[in-house]
Write a protein that binds this ligand. Structure first.
Ligand SMILES: C[S@@+](CC[C@H](N)C(=O)[O-])C[C@H]1O[C@@H](n2cnc3c(N)ncnc32)[C@H](O)[C@@H]1O
Length: 442
């Protein structure tokens, strides 16, 4: 019989925090071993308790701050210490973005072996009620007072007990407790695993995943909730294709505006869209300024989604082509072009990770290229970009490690220079780092 490995019992220790990891845990050393302490800041002395012990390092959580850093602030949310939705609420907002900028520069240096010629000022906006999209977990836990709704705990897979959420869009932030009560009244409360929430500028939607049919009475409860809180409610009885309206019966698409370019972007609640509307406005503006496309130029927008950068680009250049892997998003992007009376944007479905890549768009010369890949980066297509001879490349990234890896290719293999890089505060209070980088041929 396999012997089960015994976990070492937790140990308490007092440590001095030297620096921050890339995911914003405090780094200390104790008896020669590195300790990564959740919730601790550089310069602090903390009493912490181990959460995991290995021969090479320990992880720990703060029990008591003995000497506090000047950057420490009181978290706004009472669940901040346990809820995995946020991990930096104990850190002032200016030090959060400074730490993220350092993560970007460290990654570029260590992984990419590059340094930007200049560092762009961080893009910042509101730090609270910014999050327009989220997937909330739901679980019936009688021991914890009935139905829980929210994010998972930092240290476990369990849902955190929370009544409200300060980072969710204002239309959702105070609805956690009402949602807990609502689901408590539903006959299949134990068979609702999650709720997706999404908001546009003028409307908000909740999509309830349910594993068993809802009764007519359940549906009436949900409708009453939608009316009370001025929301639309959709149901998802099976896979993503099963999503349909409950109330109102014909819910239009969600929509957000990019006023600077007179563009309205429509999307469905489960489509990829940037979560932070005001940072998105600043980001699109910044990216277009850095790309500096001229009116007689042709631009390629890789990983274009529903056209968030493509459609504004169409307003400033001669022609733009968006490439996207999800054919449903491509259709939405095409519809968005029609909706905005844009005729100089085309959209193509292609899997940009499917090397060797092919397609007519890869055999043309492009004046400028923008790319905004998922976390895994864009290595496969980066290999092909120099063939397309762009005068400038703007790379928007949600993962500084893959941006740095790809910057290494562009700079150290293909001879581009990294003109500038900077961070954008897309996800305040979380460890996620959104960044932008500009490359030009040397
Ligand atoms: C970070 S999002 C950016 C979307 C868009 N630029 C925006 O600002 O809303 C990344 C996009 O890459 C798309 N994507 C993911 N994997 C892909 C692949 N293998 N090939 C092409 N596109 C892919 C996703 O569907 C998503 O739309």
């Amino acid at each position: 019989m396999a012997r089960r490995r015994r976990r070492s019992p937790p140990v308490e220790m007092t440590v001095s925090i030297e620096s921050l990891t890339n995911d914003s845990r405090g780094v200390a050393h104790h008896e020669g071993k590195a300790v990564f302490v959740e919730g601790a800041l550089p310069g602090e002395v903390v009493l912490c308790q181990t959460t995991k012990r290995t021969s090479k390092y320990d992880t720990a959580k703060v029990i008591e701050v003995i000497e506090a850093s000047e950057d420490r602030v009181q978290p706004r949310c009472s669940a901040a210490g346990i809820c995995g939705g946020c991990s930096l609420q104990h850190m002032s907002e200016s030090s959060q973005i400074h730490a993220k900028q350092q993560v970007l520069l460290d990654n570029l240096k260590q992984i990419g072996k590059v340094e930007p010629l200049s560092t762009l000022p961080p893009l910042q906006s509101s730090h609270w009620n910014y999050r327009r999209k989220a997937r909330l977990g739901v679980k019936f836990v009688p021991k914890k007072g009935g139905v829980l709704v929210g994010f998972r705990e930092k240290q476990s897979g369990y849902l955190a007990v929370m009544d409200s959420c300060e980072v969710l869009d204002g239309r959702f932030s105070q609805l956690i407790m009402p949602l807990r009560e609502l689901i408590g009244e539903i006959s299949i409360a134990k068979r609702i695993p999650q709720i997706e929430i999404a908001a546009g500028d003028n409307s908000a939607v909740m999509v309830f995943r349910h594993l068993e049919p809802l009764s007519e009475r359940d549906k009436e409860h949900l409708k009453a909730f939608a009316i009370q809180y001025d929301l639309s409610i959709m149901l998802q009885p099976a896979g993503p294709d099963s999503i349909h309206e409950l109330y109102p019966e014909s819910q239009g698409l969600l929509e957000y505006r990019l006023d600077e370019w007179d563009v309205s972007i429509r999307f469905r609640p489960t489509d990829f869209t940037q979560v932070n509307a005001s940072i998105n406005q600043l980001m699109v503006s910044n990216a277009l300024e850095l790309l500096a496309a001229e009116e007689d130029e042709e631009v390629l927008d890789l990983f274009c989604g529903v056209g968030n950068f493509t459609l504004p680009l169409a307003r400033v250049c001669r022609q733009v082509t968006g490439i996207e892997g999800d054919s449903v998003l491509v259709k939405m992007a095409r519809d968005n072009a029609v909706h905005n009376k844009i005729t100089n944007a085309e959209f193509i479905t292609a899997d940009l990770y499917d090397a060797p890549l092919d397609g007519s768009w890869l055999h043309r010369k492009w004046d400028r290229i923008l790319l905004d890949p998922p976390r895994s980066g864009a290595m496969e297509v980066i290999e092909r970009l120099p063939e397309l001879q762009p005068k400038r490349i703007v790379y928007v990234s949600c993962n500084p490690a893959t941006l740095a890896r790809d910057a290494d290719l562009l700079v150290n293999k293909f001879g581009y220079k990294l003109l500038a890089a900077g961070v954008m505060d897309m996800f305040p209070h979380t460890k996620h780092v959104e960044s932008i980088a500009v490359f030009e041929p040397s």
